[in-house]
Write a protein that binds this ligand. Structure first.
Ligand code: FCB
Length: 412
């Protein structure tokens, strides 16, 4: 198998992903207020992180100025052989006050969508990727049931305007991660550590997905709708029954719970995959390279993740997968090996139809700020200059060839 060419199914989607708050710049939402709040600053100061990275690292500010430079960014994606692009809409721009929609911002996103399509990039549009308008935050965010109705109304407006252009909608990004970080671990705004609120938020996000699904289907029946779910591979040694049982429980709890709730109102499953977590009593004997954020790099984990999702009987899109790697040491290898796993899963019956790498360009990595470099394209935050990383070109060859050739295997 080693030296053979690996081909993906015809029409496979190749591309990369971004999220509005992480790239656009100039936001005014719950995150921007939280980023600069005295409590947050004091916290960063105390933990020595300001000293280490500088204050600016933690404030999204202008980010990559993708808001103004999106044409250039999409052109670069096109030159990289992509035929798809995932990005999110910023609710706080489109509806800065309850019920007041900003036509100018709708025109902006219409411009983004049309530019993408003109460049041959199929848009995968995320409706909600972590950030809230201030008025939604003030009413209690996703803890408040009425946010579901507000979200559905927002989605209706979006679909009325953008609907005719869009085939793929992702309603909610990583509900598991958002609810856990913001309401259990207290890491992201509103920084609660409250299991009751956590379960409530998860429940509301599931209802919000279903409400959005109904609205989109009614207005735009031919479009396809899913979520982007964070899927982790839990594992243990085969002779370790306790570790294996723990992996099964963790899988049910983390991977299956939310998806089971919304699968019947999903046309596809979007999977964001980053992690392999060892649950064994006996240690993992393999050693893995680490990303700049110390995440274990084990691209082979994509295979079992995809195989587990097969049971839903739906098309699967990898909506995120990537690593912080400022020196670009591992990225080409990581992408190639991940895609080998994807290809293998397709061969074993998983209906995978696309791969969107995280991320198209360097960006603001939430609580960690700007230092983690996830981009296929690097960004100089002083000059905003963009440059292809070598791995972007290795991935380009895969995208263009719709597969992994022996040549692209040896490169990078
Ligand atoms: C995912 C998020 C995405 C990005 C990557 C690294 O959990 O969806 O916005 O931060 O992690």
């Amino acid at each position: 198998m080693k030296d053979e060419e690996i081909k993906f199914p015809e029409g496979f989607y190749w591309g990369a992903a971004t999220a509005a708050h992480q790239v656009e710049g100039g936001q005014r939402n719950d995150w921007t207020e939280w980023e600069t709040s005295p409590a947050r600053m004091a916290n960063l100061e105390r933990s020595g992180l300001i000293k280490k990275y500088g204050k600016g690292n933690f404030i999204s500010g202008l980010a990559t100025d993708h808001y103004h430079l999106f044409k250039e960014d999409l052109r670069m994606a096109k030159a990289l052989g992509h035929n798809a692009a995932r990005f999110s809409l910023e609710w706080s721009r489109l509806e800065p006050e309850r019920g007041r929609f900003d036509e100018h911002e709708f025109a902006h996103y219409l411009g983004v969508v049309r530019t993408a399509k003109k460049d041959g990039l199929e848009p995968f549009v995320t409706l909600w990727h972590y950030t809230l308008p201030l008025w939604v935050r003030d009413q209690g965010g996703w803890e408040n049931r009425s946010t579901i109705d507000d979200f559905a109304r927002f989605v209706e407006k979006v679909v009325l305007i953008l609907g005719p252009e869009i085939k793929f909608w992702i309603t909610i990004n990583e509900p598991e991660v958002y609810a856990g970080d913001a309401y259990l671990a207290g890491r992201k705004p509103p920084q609660k550590k409250n299991p009751v609120a956590y379960l409530r938020v998860l429940r509301h996000l599931a209802i919000a997905h279903r409400a959005a699904y109904a609205v989109i289907k009614q207005l735009s029946p031919r479009s396809l709708i899913g979520i982007a779910s964070n899927q982790i591979h839990f594992d243990a040694r085969s002779f370790d029954p306790i570790g294996k049982a723990a992996a099964v429980i963790a899988d049910r709890w983390w991977n299956a719970r939310f998806l089971n709730r919304i699968a019947h109102t999903s046309d596809f499953i979007g999977v964001n995959h980053y992690f392999h977590i060892w649950t064994g009593l006996w240690p993992d004997r393999d050693h893995y390279p680490l990303s700049d954020m110390n995440w274990k790099l084990r691209p082979a984990s994509i295979y079992p993740v995809l195989m587990r999702l097969k049971r839903f009987g739906k098309p699967i899109y990898v909506t995120e997968n990537g690593l912080a790697d400022s020196k670009d040491e591992h990225r080409a290898w990581f992408i190639r090996e991940t895609l080998n796993g994807v290809h293998r899963a397709i061969g074993s019956g998983a209906d995978v139809r696309g791969y969107l790498h995280w991320a198209l360009l360097d960006n603001f990595e939430w609580t960690d700020g700007f230092w983690p470099r996830f981009g296929l394209i690097s960004v100089d935050y002083e000059t905003l200059e963009r440059k292809y990383r070598p791995s972007a070109l290795a991935y380009r060859d895969i995208c263009r060839g719709n597969g992994i050739t022996p040549a692209s295997k040896t490169k990078g």
